[in-house]
Design a protein around this ligand. Structure first.
Ligand code: APR
Length: 234
């Protein structure tokens, strides 16, 4: 295994599946039970904010008692022990990377445990239910609080920082993501175009499998710790 200096890890819902959190597109996934146009678009929020609040309130409540798994823990170990730079870019809105100890972490789709006031633009750590009557802790106004989550049709967060990471990366790992949603699904091509070695670690081949130089398929809690040990003991 080569001597990589700058590792960028893209993670998706499959990383948190073995912690008990549903993925989106597997057969019993979230989008099999909910219409994303109703619960994960600004238009859906405009039409029926109560439905959207209830959807995210349920997901926030479902975090109770859920912890990081061996794959999250292995990635935190990699960041701690690897000589080179390790950056995680996650599509996940759950707090499991942080719970495992990861620090160099970019939440490109936002965070379930944060709320955003659409009236004054402030963000707030948030563990309780949100609703139309919830006043913003900063401006005090109601009716503008929403989950600090990026909805379909909205621009993901930290895209400039992510672009710099993809240019600097010499190893790009993609873990637990189906490769259906852009811009994340395009990161492998970006990283490869700048010379990175690219590896897919996923339960099954993703939509973007052909972009990867190397693929390892299996459950994240098995394949990720094994791959991290190879990096740390090369
Ligand atoms: N270990 C490894 N991979 C797994 C596991 C597991 N235990 N379980 C499922 N997977 C894989 C699936 O094979 C699938 O390829 O994880 C992937 C999950 O894909 P999606 O459900 O499409 O989730 P993700 O790619 O993260 O979705 C991207 O879409 O819905 C939006 O904003 C949402 O961030 C999300 C984005």
């Amino acid at each position: 295994m080569a001597d990589f200096q700058h590792i960028v890890v893209l993670t998706g819902a499959g990383l948190s599946a073995e912690s008990g959190l549903s993925t989106f597109r597997d057969k019993d996934g979230i989008w099999a039970k909910h219409d994303y146009r109703e619960v994960a678009t600004p238009q859906g929020f405009e039409r029926n904010p109560l439905l959207v609040h209830e959807f995210y309130n349920q997901r926030r409540r479902a975090l109770a008692g859920v912890g990081p798994n061996a794959a999250h823990v292995a990635l935190a170990k990699l960041e701690r022990e690897y000589e080179g730079e390790v950056t995680i870019v996650t599509q996940n809105i759950d707090p499991l990377h942080e719970a495992a100890g990861s620090e160099n972490l970019i939440h490109m789709h936002g965070e379930l445990l944060k709320a955003l006031c659409a009236r004054c633009g402030t963000r707030h750590a948030w563990e309780q239910d949100l609703g139309l009557e919830t006043p913003c802790p900063a401006c005090g106004k109601t009716g503008g609080m929403r989950p600090d989550v990026v909805w379909f049709g909205e621009m993901p967060y930290h895209m400039e920082e992510i672009a710099e990471e993809l240019i600097a990366a010499d190893l790009f790992l993609s873990i637990g993501t189906s490769g259906n949603v852009y811009p994340a699904a395009g990161f492998v091509a970006e990283a490869r175009a700048h010379g990175a070695h690219t590896v897919e670690l996923n339960l099954e081949p993703s939509e973007g499998v052909s972009f990867f130089a190397e693929t390892i398929h299996g459950p994240a809690t098995q394949i990720v710790p094994a791959y991290v040990e190879r990096l740390l003991n090369r």
